[in-house]
Design a protein. Structure first.
Length: 129
């Protein structure tokens, strides 16, 4: 079982994430490439919430292929193209992550390969071997 670490000697997280997640020996790791909010038919929704939902659905499918679930997430790196996307991203992210929440970084970037993308999410998961 992974262990969330949020020391009381440092400031609490700004949102729903852990400062660190410890993966014990005997676990296998999965590293997912950045996922974009696009359907298999190449449709890109207009909102950050809909794109975030698709990103996490893609991550769920990748984890499932490996016999894992969203509960196995230990780290998320997320990127949005504007500060105004932060609340929508975080609200939607929280629909998908368990407790304790994974370690997480959220950055604002200038853009992605296609201008209609407003969010991209990378993930790391760990599960017993």
């Amino acid at each position: 079982m992974t262990k969330a670490l949020t020391p009381s000697t440092i400031r609490a997280p700004f949102a729903r994430y852990s400062h660190a997640v410890e993966v014990p020996p005997g676990h296998r790791l999965l590293f997912a490439s950045g996922q974009l909010g696009i359907t298999p038919e190449d449709h890109v929704p207009d909102t950050v919430e809909a794109q975030t939902r698709l990103c996490f659905e893609n991550i769920r499918a990748i984890l499932s292929e490996a016999g894992m679930s969203l509960n196995d997430l230990v780290r998320i790196n997320a990127y949005v193209t504007a500060r105004e996307h932060l609340p929508g991203y975080m609200k939607t992210r929280d629909e998908f992550i368990g407790t304790p929440p994974p370690a997480s970084t959220l950055m604002i970037v200038s853009g992605f390969a296609r201008e209609e993308f407003v969010v991209e999410i990378e993930a790391i998961a760990a599960a017993p071997a």
